[in-house]
Design a protein around this ligand. Sequence first.
Ligand SMILES: Nc1ncnc2c1ncn2[C@@H]1O[C@H](COP(=O)(O)OP(=O)(O)OP(=O)(O)O)[C@@H](O)[C@H]1O
Ligand SMILES: [Mg+2]
Length: 250
Amino acid sequence: MVEVKELYKSFPGKKGKKTDVLKDINFKAEPGKIYGLLGPNGAGKTTTLRSVATLLKPDKGTITVNGFDTIKDAGKVRSIIGFLTSDMKLSGNLSPKELMYFFGELNHLKEDYIKKRITELSDYLGMNDFLDKPIQKLSTGMKQKASIAVSIIHDPEVIMFDEPTNGLDILASKIVVDFLYDYKKSGKTVILSTHIMSEAEKLCDSLGIIMDGTLVENDTLENLREKYSEERLENVFFKLASERGLLKNV
Ligand SMILES: Nc1ncnc2c1ncn2[C@@H]1O[C@H](COP(=O)(O)OP(=O)(O)OP(=O)(O)O)[C@@H](O)[C@H]1O
Ligand SMILES: [Mg+2]
C-alpha cells in the first residue's frame, strides 16, 4: 500500500524563483489493485513517482510504502519497491542476464535466488532468445523487457511503472499490460503512469488525473464515467483539460 498525503514539491526556476510542481497531492494505491496516474506532459507524474521512490524529498507532506516513511525508512522503502522509470535506458555491453545479476546483488539477494528469478522472469517475459546478448544490440522492446526484469528482480511488493509501453509495438505492449495485470492479481500494489487511455481503462482500478501539479480527480473509472456522463476516459480527460484551459474548442 502506498499512501501519499499532502505532497508538495517545488524546483528552483528562473532567477532562483521556486516553481511549484506538485501541489497537495493525496492518493492511496492498494494491494491487489492498479492505481493509474494520468496527466499531460509536464503535469508532475514522474515527479510524484520519484518522490514515492525516495529519489526526491518532498517539500511538505508524507509518503508511506507499506507503512514505511520514504524519508525516515528510505532504505526499507527501496527494498520493497520496483521502479521502472521512463528514462531508464539500458545500454552497453552487459547482457540482460548480467544486468539481472548485477541488480540482484545490489539488492543483496543470494546467488541461488537470483538464478531462480532470472529463469522465472526470462520465461515469463519471453527473454530466453536474447538473454546473453549485449543490451546495445537489442531492439526497443527487448530492452524494455530487460528493464522490467531488472526492476523486479527482488520480487517487490510494490511496483511503479512510468509509461512502461512508451515506444513499444502492440505485441510488446501486450506483454507489459498482461504482466501488470498478473502482478496485481498476485496481490501486489501497482502504480502505473500512462498517456494511453485504452491501457488505463483496461488496467486501472482507480485513477488519479494530474494537471499542472494538482490532482484534479482521484476516483474509480466507474465513478468518473458517471460523474462526467462520459463512457470514454479520453473524453473525461478532455473535459478536465478544457476546464483548465489546457485545450481549446472541446
Ligand atoms: N529536476 C528538475 N528540476 C527542475 N524542474 C523539474 C525537474 N524535474 C521535473 N521538473 C519540472 O516539473 C514539472 C513536472 O515534470 P514531470 O517530469 O513530473 O512531468 P510528467 O507528468 O512526468 O510529464 P511527461 O508526461 O512529459 O513525462 C515539469 O514542468 C518539469 O519541467
Ligand atoms: Mg514523466
